[in-house]
Design a protein around this ligand. Sequence first.
Ligand SMILES: Nc1ncnc2c1ncn2[C@@H]1O[C@H](COP(=O)(O)OP(=O)(O)O)[C@@H](O)[C@H]1O
Ligand SMILES: [Mg+2]
Length: 250
Amino acid sequence: MSERTSRALSVRRITKSFGAHRVLDGINLEVEVGETVVVLGGSGEGKSVFLKHVNGLLQPDSGEVVVLGCPVSGRPESGLIELRRRVSYIFQQGALFDSLTVGENVAFPLVEHTRLSEAEVAARVGALLDRVGLAGTEPLLPAELSGGMRKRVALARGLALDPEVILYDEPTAGLDPLTGLAIVALIKDVTRSTGATSLVVTHDLAVATELADRVAFLAGGTFAFTGALADAARQEGTVGAFVRAGGVHA
Ligand SMILES: Nc1ncnc2c1ncn2[C@@H]1O[C@H](COP(=O)(O)OP(=O)(O)O)[C@@H](O)[C@H]1O
Ligand SMILES: [Mg+2]
């Protein structure tokens, strides 16, 4: 396979500061098509900041991001619209529109980015909600949903345009362990059925155990470790301690 076709994303030497606070300090990551990489790290280490660089929601101070062969860094917002159709970002809090129904939320990217008829959109929304175990919930408002249901709706919306890359920010945050496991099972199923390349940001080792082909551990602004989860558990220092504290042992 040529490098061109097998590489889904390349992040090279990116740095990012907010004022005097350098959050990312030389981040490198290569992800192959179809691979799932779980980004681990403590709270406030910059996991969300990193993820936002992958689809250009944030721009690096230096370094380069290339996704699906397209440069993301250094590109104006207007140049990122096409790429964002192919790269789905599932936000930490779900980021549903509270004044829109579940059906309208899931329909949103279809209405924005496709020329499907109203009936086609409705059919597609129905299929997407069925896919995430929420068939028939179109008329509900986000306020009427549990935390787990909100995550499912966000996932349905994120799948609407058949993304090639899916970015998940803390998919189990704020959920009880059982609901969290159900979400992880759903993500696993989505990954298998779509073949999408996935980047999953989390501090939840159960997520890493279930989903990771590889893990990348963010500490001090760089990936202090990249490799198999079992090998991470064997590391000395913060990486090993973090992974073992989460119940993963080599
Ligand atoms: N837009 C921003 N402006 C200023 N500081 C920010 C901004 N976004 C994130 N930060 C800071 O960057 C650091 C990393 O944040 P974040 O990526 O959200 O951490 P994590 O997701 O690993 O918990 C934090 O100290 C946070 O306060
Ligand atoms: Mg975060």
